[in-house]
Design a binder for this molecule. Structure first.
Ligand code: BEZ
Length: 211
């Protein structure tokens, strides 16, 4: 059955470029991003892995671990890592799962046969400290992902995990946020001491509470 938001992220134990990993144990009590790459030694994937590796420090700051996957072997990933370092100016900075038997790809429904019946699409699963799936994205092989967007959405998820807020269109860290509908005006006065503006009764805007 398809994985949906709010589901417990299916657990697995696999070989990776950093040894055998049990997903839930490896996540510990932090956040995690599991993302699939259609194939080793392909151009778009090479740029993605270089760019995510270069920004690893920003994920670390957010207590978030990255783990990639493709249906190639760990040995192949190891050889490809040399090309990533050589061409992208950043060495692979997180584990890559060798999913030759498609165990994880199938578990997470990362192979979409009408797109390609052997390679994965570009899936992204963000998992929270409670091991629940917080976000699912799916891109085709022809479109590389955007690191800024993944960090942006992670900031939004982490903010709304800690405060009763949602983030509006095109929000980025530091912008005003929206007070959740579950919060009454009375409650909002104490929960958001910086104040809020009610543009409509259902659209109340307040400065980002953790800034
Ligand atoms: C790529 O990463 O460039 C790619 C991977 C699989 C199919 C097409 C493109």
């Amino acid at each position: 059955m398809a994985i949906r938001l709010g589901d417990i992220a299916p657990d697995f134990t696999v070989d990776t470029t950093e040894g055998t990993i049990n997903f839930h144990e490896w996540l510990g009590d932090g956040w995690g991003i599991l993302f699939s790459h259609p194939k080793d030694f392909t151009p778009v994937c090479t740029t993605e892995l270089g760019a995510f590796s270069a920004r690893k420090g920003e994920f670390d700051k957010r207590n978030t671990k990255l783990i990639g996957l493709s249906v190639d072997s760990v040995e192949s990933h190891g050889r490809w890592a040399g090309d990533i370092k050589e061409t992208q100016g950043a060495a692979l900075a997180f584990p890559l799962i060798g999913d030759e038997d498609r165990k994880v790809s199938d578990l997470y429904d990362m192979i979409h046969p009408n797109a390609d019946d052997t390679l994965t699409v570009r899936s992204v699963f963000i998992v929270g400290p409670d091991k629940k799936v917080k976000l699912i994205l799916t891109y085709p092989a022809s479109t590389g992902r955007n690191v800024d967007e993944i960090i942006r959405v992670l900031d939004s998820l982490q903010l709304s995990a800690g405060y009763a807020v949602a983030t509006p269109v095109n929000w980025t860290d530091g912008d005003d946020v929206i007070i959740a509908l579950s919060v009454s005006d009375e409650e909002a006065k104490t929960k958001f001491p910086k104040g809020f503006k009610a543009i409509k009764p259902y659209l109340r805007v307040t400065p980002q509470p953790n800034k």
